[in-house]
Design a protein around this ligand. Structure first.
Ligand code: GLU
Length: 607
């Protein structure tokens, strides 16, 4: 039931031609852009019967306690990376310094997730100037890219892994040039010193983690590239066991070159030539990268997208990421509901979150590289627009699949994104707060687990170009996220920083998870802002996502108890493993509080 004073029109619109009752389903009558909604009663349960607030219903917080520190902190996806970041902070390094030191170690110890052969986004808050910058190190398509590059001879989209594995999916790796620019602007320690820990570890070797072992063992494609096959397997061809000490002298050399020469060491010269040769020479699936593509890469510094939510202001990476926009839309649509009273995962809060998420997800189609497409960011985040969208949410039934809305200033030609693909868990997020109060929120990725599966000089090359829509057009209209020369594929990565009432940062957060990132990050914001959880409790809450289709509940979590009541509301429910990798830091008046996702191997360290 709505709390007293809540502006929540239960039954409003839902009892008219628009959404109404359990099993509310979108039906398209007038072409792809116009939908009428026809609702039908599916259940004879009294409306709202199962909608009573029940905060205990699925609060199932996975046990782990937040880590506290006073001066500085890093939350990262691997203990050795967090240690490298902590060491940089102890030497007086800035948040960006610590992020770089940790990222270099991650290239070595989490090759399945991120690294110097991939890309990323860094959101940075400068405590002295109050400036917030969004660094874009997203991979770019080669000059020889064409909209039909992911179609087969008969004009049909390639099978996902046929496109991923090999050279075709490899974009220009933008991570190092982006970090280099951020370091120029926000670094304190010498660039070269940030590589020392990763170089030493690569030479000494590190123990293969249980997670890395499991992902090697599960991957069918690692043996398609000779260097990759040799690196991740024993001489007999078995996956490296957990605990095996893995050395990577080639990566040590590459990192040494990066330390001395900067990003030019991999974007020009010998290493670049080797990248190009491996990408173009992958016989079964050759790519199109050239030396000019690599040498011409430019990171971009963008203005963050921000929107108020309750007494806070949440900011994140703008396009080409669709992630933070969708998170902000979800929150914007939930603002008129008393989410706090409904508690972490009651049936009502799960229903509301899933419905707002599906509406936000439908609008993701507007987002693509802003250098190629006019993305109506303002329209998508507009108060009135979100209220209109939100008013379609029924308390007493699920909308089912919805169409995108019509935000103001829409210049984009619509075409559905490529989706429904299976993406083994990769990507990483780390958050850092330094002694001066600067904040770095970095999400980076090689896209799929182990990227394109091509290893060059000790590191994995990304497959980020498969984040483009495979079909260049639908019904004769060009898709905004089609592959084009020099273009950055749409992302869902959502590094975010939340500001409190005094406009000081209060939370840095982000996660891997492909397009589920939106739900993972959204959950933490609700947890911290509406439910007063600390960042660890919010991270540990069961994951619930809706990507404009079924409502997915985290398998083996207490959210499973929501299946039946949500199904009664017309949700099509699936129980799926959801390996988020949320790493966040809360900045409280009393100090720093950090949380690491219990679903992965990360830790929080600080002093
Ligand atoms: N490539 C994805 C994106 O940019 C991230 C993949 C993942 O999180 O696993 O949205």
């Amino acid at each position: 039931m709505p709390a007293a004073g809540e502006r929540e029109p239960i039954g409003y619109r839902c009892s008219t031609l628009a959404e109404r009752g359990p099993g509310c389903r979108a039906r398209t009558f007038l072409g792809p852009l116009v939908a009428l909604f026809v609702c039908f009663q599916q259940s004879d349960a009294p409306l709202g019967a199962e909608m009573r607030p029940d905060p205990e219903a699925a609060s199932g917080i996975i046990e782990r306690t937040a880590v506290a520190a006073n001066r500085y902190m890093i939350a990262a996806s691997h203990p050795l990376a967090a240690e490298a970041g902590l060491e940089a902070l102890r030497r007086g390094g800035s948040a960006v310094d610590a992020a770089i030191a940790a990222q270099m170690v991650l290239t070595l110890v989490e090759p399945q997730s991120s690294g110097i052969g991939g890309g990323g986004f860094l959101l940075h808050y400068d405590a002295e100037s109050g400036e917030l910058k969004a660094y874009d190190g997203r991979e770019t398509a080669p000059a020889a890219a064409t909209p039909d590059m992911f179609l087969d001879e008969s004009g049909e989209p390639l099978a996902f892994f046929d496109a991923v594995v090999g050279g075709l999916s490899v974009g220009v790796p933008g991570l190092v040039p982006m970090l280099e620019r951020a370091h120029r602007e926000e670094g304190e320690l010498p660039w070269a010193s940030l590589f020392a820990e990763a170089i030493a570890l690569a030479e000494r070797g590190f123990p293969v983690s249980p997670r890395l072992h499991a992902l090697i063992a599960a991957d069918k494609y690692l043996k398609r590239h000779p260097a990759t096959a040799a690196y991740f397997h024993t001489p007999e061809g078995a996956p490296l066991p957990a605990g095996h000490i893995l050395r990577n002298p080639e990566l040590a050399d590459t990192l040494r070159a990066l330390a001395e020469e900067g990003s030019a060491a991999i974007l020009t010269g010998e290493i670049a030539a080797e990248i190009v040769a491996e990408v173009r020479g992958f016989a079964a699936n050759p790519g199109r990268l050239s030396m000019q593509d690599l040498a011409g890469y430019q990171p971009v510094v963008r203005e963050a997208v921000c929107r108020a939510y309750r007494h806070y202001r949440a900011c994140g990476m703008p396009p080409p990421s669709a992630g933070p926009i969708a998170v902000l839309q979800t929150l914007g649509m939930l603002e008129r509901f008393d989410v706090a009273a409904r508690g972490p995962w009651s049936v009502e809060s799960a229903h509301l979150f899933a419905e707002a998420s599906r509406l936000a997800f439908a609008d993701r189609t507007y987002v693509a590289d802003p250098a190629f497409v006019d993305v109506p960011v303002g329209g998508l985040l507009d108060q009135r627009y979100l209220l209109e969208r939100s008013e379609r949410i029924c308390m007493d039934g699920s909308l089912g699949e919805v169409l995108p809305g019509t935000p103001a200033i829409r210049k984009t030609e619509l075409a559905p994104p490529a989706d429904g693909m299976i993406r083994p868990p990769s990507t990483m997020h780390l958050s850092v707060v330094d002694e001066q109060g600067n904040v770095a929120s970095l999400t980076s990725s090689v896209e799929n687990a182990f990227g394109s599966r091509i290893m060059v000089r000790g590191f994995m090359l990304n497959n980020q170009l498969t984040d483009f829509s495979f079909r260049p057009e639908v019904d004769g209209r060009p898709g905004p996220n089609r592959a084009e020369p020099g273009k950055r594929p749409r992302s869902s990565m959502a590094p975010m920083i939340v500001f409190g009432p005094e406009d000081r940062p209060v939370l840095a957060i982000g996660s891997p998870g492909g397009s589920r990132i939106i739900g993972y990050v959204g959950k933490v914001l609700l947890g911290v802002i509406d439910w007063n959880l600390d960042v660890q409790q919010a991270i540990s809450l069961p994951n619930i996502t809706n990507r404009n289709g079924p409502t997915d509940l985290e398998a083996d979590s207490s959210a499973v108890a929501l299946q039946e009541p949500l199904e009664r509301l017309g949700h099509s429910v699936r129980l799926v493993p959801m390996t988020s990798g949320l790493h966040g830091i809360q900045i409280l008046p009393s100090g720093l509080l950090g949380g690491a996702d219990p679903r992965r191997e990360g830790v929080v360290l600080g002093d």
